[in-house]
Design a binder for this molecule. Sequence first.
Ligand code: GBH
Length: 511
Amino acid sequence: LGNVSADSSAPYPSDFAWGAATAAYQVEGAYNTDGRGMSIWDTFSHIPGKTANGDTGDVADDSYHRYEEDIKLAVEMGITHYRMSISWPRIMPNGKLPLNPKGVAFYNDVINTLLAHNIEPFVTLYHWDLPQALANDSAGQSEGDKLFGKGWLEASVADDFVTYAEACFLQFGDRVSNWLTFNEPLTFVNLGYGSGTHAPGRCSGCSLGGDSATEPYIAAHNVLRAHGKAVARYRQLKAMAPSMLDGKIGITLNCDWGEPFTSSKDDEEAATRFLEFQLAWYADPVFFGAYPASMVAAVGDRLPKFTAEEAAQLKGSWDFFGLNHYTSKYVKKPDYPAPLPGMGNSWYADAHTTQTDTSIDGILIGPLGDSSWLHVVPWGFRKMLNWVAERYGNPGIYVTENGCDVPNESKMSLAEALDDKFRVDFYRGYLSNMAEAMKDGVKVKGYFAWSLLDNFEWADGYSKRFGLHYVDYSDNLKRYKKSSAKWYHDYIRANSPGKSHKLRMANPNAG
Ligand code: GBH
């Protein structure tokens, strides 16, 4: 594996959060156990043709029943923090009150088990599994409307989300110090309402209905409204019960780094637009209370407007910046005027950029993982972190996801897959660039590897593996340590001057 030594001048503070991440629908399985309701991902993954090999999250890693074993893997790896998500329909089968006591009990068990092992839960409220029942509430005309309702297109879903968030704060908030409202709205909005490749499968021309010119902007708008309201509610509750709730809250946003294809002004502006259309679309409202000017100009009337009250609520609705980052692209200005000819309006056309994987000299930006979108570009991570720090006034940043899949891993023998040198190189490169960014002055407070273990990779089903641990889907879901898990363990140990993060107490009486 090569030598793992402390990144000597890496200024990891003693309370740095070293973690790994998962998400409920990707690992839990037990989709109809103990009163769990259906989510739009259950419905979507059961439609033939929507996922690779027709895979679903019905069983996934069965972490619902095997969470103790998974936490043991986390303990053995030496992480201080575990990022997990709560399944909304597991604790609210109808998307609304009342709560499902068995669902609540499950998350109490997970949280208490983590704390009993000195691992802090870092909890995402929404990692894409909208309760199907809410969708049904608003059923409309098209095939997709009937199946899914309007989901995030419906303004009232923001209020349902706040009810759900409040229930989580009250049930688990005495033991959870860090909350994330949403995971990657860019991804579930663009793929769910722009390209139709994720639930609820909508786009212009999609059989389930949709309108890629308007719906992504409407869905994003409602997600942002929901975020603003949920953060306001958390702060209200915190003020009322400071001894019970004294945590921090934020949102986690994903962004690929955009490196200008040439040093021309056109390409530099295109690269900035590329970053603004991904990250600033969400982060500007959260930090500044307004959409980026480039989007206001390009999207025009199709971009909804915040009321003065909403803008004020959104502005400052963060205690830290949550960032998911995987890869980088070269970006250039297309040689046609916006929008893309023949494509009509869409987020892609509005952004008016072209992405390429090869430089002007014909050199690949970085080795390709198993997924066609994932090139390994460690230096892009350092630039990405610096860009966030500069634009948003150097906030504390948690890198809430970073990781890769390995070319052909799913086709390898078990022994070959466990020897994942490619992934070790990925982490070595990205972590050393994160350390460089910290030396540049970026305030990184924590880092979460995606993922603790192989899991249901959305539309790619089980055909892509991002885990530090291997899950044998052909042999009773047995877990194995990959080389990368051992390497990460050694890296954490070499770079932890001493754990000093504040731990809450497990509460055996909760629930
Ligand atoms: C994350 O998304 C998710 O949060 C996590 O659940 C997931 O398991 C993990 O990454 C690994 O994928 O197929 O060309 O339409 C990462 C950001 C954005 C990467 C959407 C893939 C799809 C490109 N993702 N992108 S494409």
